[in-house]
Design a protein around this ligand. Sequence first.
Ligand SMILES: [Fe+2]
Length: 278
Amino acid sequence: MTRRRFLKTSLAALGVGTAAGIYTWRIEPHWLEVVQRRLPIANLPEDLVGLRLVQLSDLHIGPRVDDGYLRQCFQRVKELAPEFVVYTGDFTSHETRVFEHARRMFAHLPLGSRGTFGILGNHDYGLRWSQAHVAQGIAAMATDAGVRVLRNERVEIGGLHIVGLDDLWAKKFDLAAGLETLPAPGAAIVLSHNPDTADLPGWGSYSGWILAGHTHGGQCKPPFLPPPLLPVRNRRYTCGEFELSGQRRMYISRGVGHLQRVRFNVRPEITVFRMDRA
Ligand SMILES: [Fe+2]
């Protein structure tokens, strides 16, 4: 190779590398995709058929996610005017002023016209997922903002039962308590932050959807290969829809926010489900 050719090739490689770096840092982390899906639910009451349920996951309000970006995402959801909104954990990332920051941003959270529900994720439990007072504070603020926070409990709205489970890594996950009073058969969905919870024993006769988050889809994924970094035991659980035992199905959102600000081939998402009768 001549000296001139070598220099040309090196400069081209540098250009491609810089462009890829800028893309993964500046562009894709804020390139929100609005994913539209059907959500078929057994025994769904007739007057809930066709209504929309928006899932937002892993906002990670904190120093690493731009507030302006999150506000724009919230605005997108508000413009959709969904009947239901669910938050599947990791509202926040740990920081010194987590409460101050959360309160400021929670004032803008989109709400559903018929109901808004949420669960906590490991990052809502502060350092080492172990600070119960942090989780308590985040839950109280979300409640003040209009989100019904479910911690291993169930609510019923218009004949639809929504079970919200607490976080696995924070050691607060209690499936038995969450499912205890769930009438069968009935229309139900379960919110559980960590997809690994789907593999734990105790689901009994539950045969509906589990809406999850936590993985962020791995944030970076080489084409045709699985993402190298995935915070789950079951490496199958990347993002999207999964068929599970007992006729259960799970949807894992890629999330809205991020930990480190890098995404490649795993765009952030909000999911707009149209509820239907299974
Ligand atoms: Fe997360």
